[in-house]
Design a binder for this molecule. Structure first.
Ligand SMILES: CC(C)(COP(=O)(O)OP(=O)(O)OC[C@H]1O[C@@H](n2cnc3c(N)ncnc32)[C@H](O)[C@@H]1OP(=O)(O)O)[C@@H](O)C(=O)NCCC(=O)NCCS
Length: 354
């Protein structure tokens, strides 16, 4: 039975940078409870956003109507709007190039997304058409919110046993189209996409083990949801943070046990980029010498790009993986763990040996 090996990776983030000053311009903002009840009206600022979320800027896909509405652009520009599949296709092209293949070589495309706003056709089918993957015979989306990319890789790991071939695992998210710009959470999210080409391999390296947890109980089902106006709501942000640390830690430990790796064996941890406070708390649980400024080796093992991209939901892990390979932080032989949590609450981890 072949293993599933990562042959190439790529990512795409839109050109438009949305800095924290923009969110200051939206003041005052609301903090919502359930059923859109306004709990509090607050003012935000660059320094509060950096402190509370660890974000300096995020990217925004081109959206003429929204950008004019928000005062980002004065008028419609001659730049076409971008959707989730446009971003996913750009990331896919990079990954295919990195693998030294062409779109005709792709047998299957799986896209993790919760922002394929047209609903159907799937983002995967749209990407297949955009990149010209004429031989792909299974193209579908995985809707597991922020945990979607780990599950995507998990599915391909299994698929490699039952239908070996060359798969594209993509995560693409258009979060700026579902956030509520009247709400305090809007500064958390950004847009982007990441992709990996995965093929069969006889070596013992590749996607090795996964560990997943689903817990909608005790009210957690509604910790993160989309309301009837298609706006993202997170009425229990603080409880999400507590669960994120607890469950991502648990899943990471479990997948390490399955792989037979100790904490020190792992070369790079790629946690979901949900909030810098979650990433730092996880880091401190893993390494007693963890340092927020990343001044020592153990601290640098916890990958972090939330300052530049914000939370891109499922695309966080996909972009981080591609970026870490591009920067040669991940090299041949690296042991890597991806872990993410999102709406559901669904938590997933995967262990990869390069
Ligand atoms: C959204 C989030 C940043 C809010 O942080 P928090 O520490 O939970 O903040 P709270 O809602 O408890 O509010 C703390 C204080 O900050 C204020 N505040 C909250 N958001 C603010 C904002 N954007 N700007 C300014 N002040 C804000 C609140 O009014 C409150 O003030 P008070 O102490 O005077 O009452 C945080 O909950 C979070 O990141 N949650 C997890 C996100 C996540 O993991 N998502 C994963 C799935 S997508």
């Amino acid at each position: 039975m072949p293993n599933a090996k990562i042959m190439g990776t790529g990512y795409y983030v839109p050109e438009h940078v949305l800095d924290n000053k923009f969110f200051e311009s939206l003041n005052p903002l609301n903090i919502y409870g359930y059923n859109d009840e306004i709990l509090k009206t607050i003012n935000t600022s660059d320094s509060i956003i950096r402190q509370m979320m660890g974000i300096k800027e995020r990217r925004m896909a081109s959206n003429n109507r929204l950008m004019v509405e928000l005062g980002i652009r004065e008028k419609y520009l001659d730049i076409p709007d971008q959707n989730t599949a446009d971003m996913g296709a750009e990331a896919a092209k990079e990954a295919i190039k990195d693998a030294g293949l062409s779109a005709e070589n792709i047998d299957g495309i799986i896209v993790s997304t919760m922002t394929n706003l047209i609903g159907f056709p799937s983002a995967a089918a749209q990407i297949q058409e955009k990149i010209g993957a004429i031989n792909a015979c299974e193209c579908y989306d995985v809707a597991a919110a922020c945990a979607g990319y780990c599950l995507n890789l998990d599915i391909i790991m299994s698929r490699m046993q039952t239908n070996p071939g060359i798969y594209l695992a993509i995560a693409a998210e258009h979060m700026t189209s579902i956030v509520d710009y009247k709400g305090a959470n809007s500064a958390l999210f950004g847009d982007g996409a990441g992709a990996a080409v995965i093929g069969p391999s006889q070596s013992d390296k590749g996607l090795l083990f996964s560990y997943n947890l689903s817990d909608p109980f005790g009210g957690k089902l509604m910790y993160i949801y989309k309301n009837s106006e298609n706006k993202l709501r997170m009425p229990e942000g603080n409880k999400v943070m507590l669960n994120a640390v607890k469950k991502m830690y648990e899943c990471t430990e479990k997948v390490m046990q399955k792989a037979g790796w100790s904490k020190n064996d792992v070369d790079l941890y790629l946690p979901h980029q949900a909030n810098i406070r979650i990433i730092d708390t996880l880091g401190a649980k893993f390494f007693h010498d963890y340092d927020k400024e990343r001044k020592n080796e153990n601290s640098r093992k916890i990958y972090c790009n939330i300052d530049r991209y914000g939370n891109i939901s499922a695309a966080c892990c996909a972009v981080a993986l591609a970026e870490a390979r591009e920067k040669e932080i991940i090299k041949d032989g690296s042991k890597v763990i991806l872990t993410a949590i999102g709406s559901g609450l669904q938590t997933s981890s995967i262990a990869i040996q390069f």
